[in-house]
Design a protein. Structure first.
Length: 332
């Protein structure tokens, strides 16, 4: 891995964990919903996919028409409506999890995030504490890529996100640090770069159809497991996210076909996420353990002082460099 990619990779992880969707548009009218249902059996596949996406975005507003469509004599309409109803049912669990977080804004946890690439596995261990919304937080992590270890520290005071990154070579006794600082992009682009681990759960519900539900034990904790394939129009969803300011989308793009989400059965807090290929072991895994719910912290606990001799760089410049690299790698 070249030095440029090694430097930018932590930012890739940072944005991949944190990019969020734009504000949803106003809901559709009853006439529009009826039209979407009619298009579920259209001859052209793109038209069926678009209708499915429109009904999906309508959320609970579409439940009544979907329940009727699930009884349709048309097999395509019936199948797509049933899948969308399963997506709505999964969203109920996620909405309850949001409510649980809102009741106790303080949040702390240990995080492990691994990307299981055969050529270059990446391991990240982190400790997070802050608000459940991610407006204020402090997170320290260690990223391991081959024999390279990169310590990182991220702090948000509610206005800026500070990202400090170091590089430790084998046997080295000092650390060269670089620092990135930027305004929270949610105020500028309609999306958020806040690297809050729980935000990834809401992104999963937008990128995947969590249509399968089961119960399992995970690390001694009873869990509700939501699982499902990527939505048909995932590429379009991610492209829209990029157009709104995101540089690398929300879902890791390493041949991911399905996702599996573990929620604590008692509290519905996320415990684990697995990004899966068509067959085989997970491509990426995010585990959240030792969760603590605590009172909201004081703002002065999340202040940051620029270290002496640190190099300051606006993160937007680095993100633009990533986007340029992506454009250069696209087939001509």
């Amino acid at each position: 891995m070249n030095s440029r990619m090694r430097l930018l990779l932590p930012i890739l992880l940072y944005v991949a964990l944190g990019a969020a969707a734009a504000e949803p548009p106003a809901g559709p009218t009853p006439e529009q919903l009826a039209g979407y249902v009619q298009d579920l059996k259209a001859d052209a596949l793109p038209k069926r996919v678009t209708a499915t996406a429109n009904l999906r975005e309508a959320g609970e507003t579409a439940r009544t028409v979907l329940e009727a469509a699930a009884k349709s004599a048309d097999a395509e309409t019936k199948s797509r409506a049933a899948r969308l109803l399963a997506v709505l049912d999964a969203q109920i669990f996620l909405d309850k999890a949001r409510k649980t977080l809102a009741e106790k804004p303080g949040f702390a946890a240990d995080i492990a995030y691994n990307i299981n690439l055969a050529a270059q596995p990446i391991e990240t261990l982190a400790k997070y504490r802050g608000t459940s919304t991610g407006e204020h937080f402090f997170m320290e992590s260690l990223v391991k890529i081959a024999d390279q270890h990169s310590p990182q520290r991220l702090v948000s005071d509610g206005t800026h996100v500070w990202f400090e990154i170091g590089s430790i070579a084998e046997g080295a006794t000092d650390t060269k640090k670089m620092l990135w600082a930027t305004f929270l992009a949610s105020q500028r682009f309609g999306w958020s770069t806040t690297p809050h681990p729980l935000l990834e759960v809401w992104h999963l519900s937008q990128d995947f159809d969590l249509i399968e539900r089961s119960e399992h034990d995970f690390d001694g904790i009873a869990a509700v497991v939501l699982e499902g394939p990527a939505r048909e129009d995932l590429a379009e969803v991610q492209k829209r996210n990029e157009d709104l300011g995101g540089m690398c989308g929300r879902t890791p793009l390493f041949e991911v076909k399905r996702v599996r989400l573990f929620l604590g059965k008692d509290d519905l807090l996320p415990r684990r996420i697995e990004w899966l290929p068509a067959k085989g072991e997970p491509i990426a895994e995010l585990s959240i353990t030792n969760i603590e719910r605590n009172p909201p912290p004081k703002d002065d606990q999340y202040t940051y002082t620029l270290p002496d001799h640190a190099i300051e760089q606006d993160v937007d410049e680095s993100l633009q460099a990533i986007k340029k690299m992506q454009e250069e790698q696209k087939p001509k």
